[in-house]
Design a protein. Structure first.
Lengths: 248, 334, 287
């Protein structure tokens, strides 16, 4: 049994099949890229997996547990975490507070009313580790609205690391960054725990080839390719999906 | 509010530093209270009323300023505390002031928790309208059950017994005033701790991006209901304090206009800041007392113009404006 | 049976007055995305102008009604340019605060100029007497109010469905820069929409003055009612506002006939139920 699997997932909006019999699975430590032309249904698939949309049929499994009917936050607790393509951070809060909140949430202590994370040595230790790993420690106490966009993207990764997921959905981690800064993100992603399974949605093909051992291609809601990065460029259906009739 | 770029490793005892800041703040509040006591011995009733309303505005700050819930019906929790304490004293003869405060806080927390179940179902305009509908509903109920509440005549016959059996609530209002100040300091310390706690951070997070909070696996609805209950307890204390010190509870303590005024006070002082809520209340109620005595309609005109000016030119309120002036001066020095 | 018909007739008149005033607010909130709590204040200004013209100057009701609409719009235009323009697109709370501020100021000024007493509008003889409608008589001004409501609903429907104006307005709200690039004069579009909404408020203030009497606190007293009607109907929806006004008018009138001691209890209970079940209002569009 795989760590994470999607079985025969379907979703229609009106008459349009936006997710069409999608199945695939991830093992521990997998680095998989999900690509596809605009409108292929990647966002819908992410929302189905995270639980923000209910599928018409099909199932999602995590760790031998059927999580299809779980709420989005229950899935996060079970170990399925996503990052956002458009940075979603708390603009008035500092990176330190962001990561602390994620650690506290994971430890089930985010509801505590009379406590402070700075008085919790184990939280502070973990906090320093994560911020240090991503070179964010110098910015730890500056409100997010005052730090550069590239660093905000790094914080996005720090946040998901602090949640210690089993499966991570990375939604275009380098979106909106110049290619010089993409390197920083790649370095950060290299720091992710080795046995974490990662599904990354990305457009930058060079980045995909460096990161992924496996590529899944989605077109018109269906999986049209699932294989090695080397094979993807040669695949006729992929060429057609991207290039349309020009390829024929 | 902006912190300075200090690395996490070099300042391990920032936590202790904030405890020191708390102590200084408490001293400032206590000293201000003493100065006002000496300067305005004739106005202790007004000052006590200011503290009671301050508790309402602090409560609103928790919900609106820290958690981002828009409400124009926050007097519901204040009125719940006032009526609970008042009915206890006037109808059941339980006149111990501390017991009345406790019941007020409890009733406020209950009213806050229950009303938030409804209010949080709406968003944006719907949320505002639900909050208004709830305070109007509570107002009509208080009016209808006049055998308990005294209806539009107000609830009278509240005779609080001496505090700790020693201090009588005298004509000058000295006992009421010091009780109010003590209450304010306790609430102030509790709220400072709450807003910095993990729970407080979670609420601030929900205000800024609820989607992200859900993606971290944290509950949004339940967290806000809990915050509402805490805020309700604070405002309920304010209501009970007002019942104890004025010895009457009127329907106006459960009204849309008190709710709207509380919001105005909060914005005037600055949302999301404890001092903002306190300063806004002092400025508003004090000026209201002076100007209304001349002509209540002039007061409305002034508040209206002031509100427009604050929204346009000082969106972070008086405290926000002071903070930016201070930080600009500091920036010039260094 | 007699009671039911009586309640029905009164509910209809009350509902239509609510409609004429609230529909302008519904357009402001639905199409321009501005929560204008000062809407009732403009209705009040319209009422004051008509009262002054008919009582002090002895002018005819019809002329006063027209002058009230134009006069209120003239007062509102500088406010739009100076104040409202700055809160287009701002968070709801900001809009609420600014417009409450404007309302407070208008109340204070109205009292200064006109005094705290109730002001009436002199009706022409045709609208004064009762009219026999078969099972009972009903005041002619109530029928007139209902008729004005129907005309307004029809005219707005025509404006929205049959002219390109609303398309330009929606474009201006959704993406002002793009609409501007396409040649839409967005500022003009906003100003005209605002003027139409305020004009409707003033009209409603005049027509409804017998049911909602004109005095300085009018602006605050009915602010909540108008806001509630709009959110129940769904901001921006003409049929939604119509249904909401008739429904809430019926709830309110029935409550007043049968259980007057409960006041507006049932009105707000209905509001909570509807908003909980339909978060965007009865006919509002999902965001």
């Amino acid at each position: 049994m795989s760590l994470f699997s999607i079985r025969n997932l379907n979703k229609h909006f009106g008459g349009l099949a936006v997710t069409d019999h999608v199945s695939f699975s991830l093992e521990k430590g997998n680095r998989v890229a999900l690509i596809g032309p605009n409108g292929a249904g990647k966002t819908t698939l992410v929302n189905l997996v995270t639980g923000h949309i209910k599928p018409d049929s099909g199932e999602v499994f995590l760790d031998n547990q059927n999580i299809t009917s779980l709420s989005p936050s229950a899935r996060v607790k079970a170990g399925l975490v996503r990052s956002f393509q458009v940075t979603r951070l708390f603009s008035e809060m500092t990176p330190e507070e962001h990561v602390a909140l994620a650690i506290l949430q994971r430890r089930g202590r985010s509801g505590h009313i009379f406590a402070h994370y700075r008085a919790m040595p184990e939280v502070m230790a973990e906090l320093r580790d994560i911020l240090g790993l991503l070179n964010l420690d110098a910015l730890a106490r500056i409100p997010v609205s005052d730090i550069a966009y590239g660093q905000q993207r790094l914080l996005e990764i720090a946040l998901v690391m602090a949640l210690r997921p089993k499966v991570l959905l990375l939604d275009e981690p380098a979106a909106g960054l110049p290619s010089t800064d993409t390197v920083l993100i790649e370095k950060a992603l290299a720091q992710l725990p080795p046995d974490l399974a990662v599904l990354m949605i990305e457009h930058d093909m060079d980045f995909v080839f460096r990161f992924a051992q496996r590529v899944i291609v989605l077109a018109a809601g269906a999986v049209i390719f699932d294989g090695t990065p080397q094979a993807v460029a040669a695949d006729a259906r992929v060429r057609e999906a991207y290039l349309g009739s020009y390829a024929a | 509010m902006t912190g300075f770029p200090v690395s996490a490793a070099t300042t391990p005892n920032l936590w202790q530093r904030s405890a020191r800041a708390d102590a200084i703040a408490v001293l400032v509040v206590a000293a201000t209270a003493l100065v006002l006591f000496l300067l305005f011995p004739q106005s202790l009733a007004l000052l006590t009323r200011i503290v009671a309303i301050m508790l309402l505005v602090l409560s609103l700050d928790l919900v609106t300023g820290y958690s981002g819930v828009a409400t124009l019906g926050h007097a519901t929790v204040f009125g719940a505390g006032a009526y609970a304490a008042g009915i206890l004293a006037a109808r059941f003869g339980v006149a111990d002031p501390l017991l009345m405060l406790a019941i007020g806080a409890l009733a406020g927390a209950l009213a806050g928790g229950v009303s938030s179940l409804v209010i949080l179902r709406g968003h944006g305009l719907g949320q505002l309208v639900l909050s208004i509908a709830i305070v109007q509903l509570a107002h009509e109920m208080a009016n209808k059950f006049s055998s308990w509440t005294g209806g539009s005549d107000g609830l009278s016959g509240i005779m609080p017994s001496p505090l700790f059996g020693l201090f009588r609530f005298d004509l000058w209002g000295r006992t009421g005033y010091w009780l109010a100040v003590a209450l304010l300091i306790i609430v102030f310390l509790v709220l400072r701790a709450v807003v910095r706690s993990p729970f407080g951070m979670l609420c601030r997070g929900i205000k800024q991006d609820p989607v992200r909070v859900r993606a971290m696996g944290a509950p949004v609805y339940f967290t806000l209901v809990k915050m509402y209950a805490i805020a309700g307890a604070v405002a309920g204390l304010g209501g009970a304090l007002s019942a104890i010190s004025t010895k009457v509870v009127g329907l106006d303590s459960l009204s849309f206009s008190l709710s709207a005024e509380a919001l105005v006070m909060l914005v005037l002082g600055g949302t999301g800041k404890i001092f903002g809520a306190m300063l806004g209340t002092i400025v508003f109620v004090w000026f209201e007392d002076i100007v209304s005595a001349i002509n209540p309609f002039h007061w409305l005109t002034i508040v209206g113009v002031l509100l427009v000016v604050v929204v346009l030119f000082a969106p972070k309120g008086l405290v926000g404006a002071i903070e930016s002036v201070v930080s600009r001066m500091r920036g010039r020095k260094t | 049976m007699q009671t039911i018909l009586s309640i029905g007739a009164d509910a209809l008149a009350y509902g239509m007055v609510l409609f004429v005033i609230s529909i302008g607010l519904s357009l402001t909130m639905g199409l321009m995305k501005v929560v204008n709590l000062a809407h009732g204040a403009f209705a009040m200004i319209g009422g004051y102008i008509a009262s002054y013209l008919t009582q002090q100057m002895g002018l005819h009701f019809g002329f006063a009604m027209l002058a009230a609409v134009l006069g209120t719009v003239l007062i509102a235009i500088p406010l739009e340019r100076l104040l409202y323009r700055r809160i287009y697109g701002a968070p709801e709370l900001t809009q609420v605060l600014m417009t409450i501020g404007i309302t407070f100021a208008i109340i204070g000024i109205a009292n200064f100029l006109m005094g705290p007493t109730l002001k009436t509008i002199a009706l022409p003889p045709e609208l004064q007497g009762p009219v026999d409608i078969g099972f009972r008589t009903i005041a002619a001004h109530k029928l007139f109010a209902a008729a004005v409501g129907i005309v307004v609903a029809g005219a707005l429907w025509f404006l929205i469905e049959r002219t390109p104006f609303v398309v330009r307005l929606r474009a201006s709200v959704d993406d002002a820069a793009m609409a501007g690039a396409l040649g839409v004069r967005t500022r003009m579009v906003y100003a005209v929409s605002f003027a139409v909404a305020i004009g409707l408020a003033a009209l409603g203030g005049v027509v409804g003055a017998q049911l909602l009497p004109i005095e300085p606190y009018y602006a605050l007293r009915y602010m909540v009612t108008f806001l509630v009607v709009v959110s129940v109907g769904g901001a921006g929806s003409i049929p939604g506002a119509l249904i909401a006004c008739l429904l809430l008018g019926a709830v309110e009138t029935t409550g007043r006939y049968l259980m007057p001691e409960f006041g507006e209890f049932f009105f707000y209970l209905a509001v909570i139920a509807i908003v909980c079940i339909f978060p965007n209002g009865l006919l509002g569009r999902a965001k």
